[in-house]
Design a protein around this ligand. Sequence first.
Ligand code: UT7
Length: 325
Amino acid sequence: MVGIVGLGSYVPEHIVTNADMEKILDTSDGWIRSRSGIVERRFAASEQASSDLAAIAATRALEDAAMSPLDLDLIIVGTNSPDMLYPSTACLLQSRIGATNAAAFDLQSGCPGWIYATTTGVQYIQSGMYRNVLVVGAEVITRMMDPTDRGTYVLFGDGAGAAVLSSVEHGGMKAFELFADGSLAQYLTLPAGGSRRPFSRDVLRERSYYTKMDGQAVFRFSVREISRISKKVLEKAGVPLEEVDWFIPHQANLRIIQSGAQELGIPMDKTVVTIDKYGNSSAASIPVALDKIYREGKLKRGDKVLMVSFGAGMTSGAILMEWSR
Ligand code: UT7
């Protein structure tokens, strides 16, 4: 079996409170808390990009695994806010941490980026091609948000989480489920800066270099996907819901988490929540939350962890893992 042998995460030091948001937008602490569950979020420093956050999380994960960067065969970075369109953030990370034996690529699949990256990384190990794969979710996603759009700007935060995947003797990854429906792409887009709408005066005027989101449509998709894809992955793993010890949903909105958990039938005391402190850090949210309960000493060997995410694409993904350490 393949499992996680090292974990690490990093959130920037700078805390942005709802009171800070009130100063720049027509919003209120009451609205943000009641509609999203967010109390504060982290913003990267102006000189930090996604690869910088990734490098800190990756170094922590390698330390936790007691491995050298030279032991890595492959690096996959799930991100929606790469340092630049190319080269990949994974290549920048590879150079930064000195993982000179590793191949490297980015994987872009919306907020489930780390779930997709982990699923992919495991396949390389199971096929026998590689032994040690670093999978990272890293975002400075706040730079993709329009500071004048209260419907998006208040929701997001920056962060990075990293895991070293390798063979394990106990537990490990039990089942994966990935899903995409590109016909719903218009729900959540960053329209400009790619080959369809390269930067231009019009793009600047329309502010289409920032994220556009149909919040309610994303909300409905997310609640439905949490329970649908979770049930599928549990069935594949042959694990009944009652045996799940930890439920780690993507941290997009506390109401989505609560409704999703309720529809699935999993109690909130098994559900990991970080949205109040970190906001929505997109592909980083699940590895950051996993690392949090790990560092708090809550994860025990044999614990069954259900991780589920949803986001731009639209995509969703779920992993059922048995903690092996
Ligand atoms: O990782 C995946 C990415 N995104 C998501 O998962 C987001 C999913 N969607 C959501 O979380 C919620 O839909 C939101 C938090 C974005 C919005 O909550 P909502 O309950 O769906 O509110 P709404 O969009 O229906 O807006 C209600 C009202 C509107 O005013 P009117 O038209 O009723 O007068 C909005 O203009 O709230 C207004 N509004 C705000 N008011 C104060 C929207 N944003 C804000 C704000 N502060 N920040």
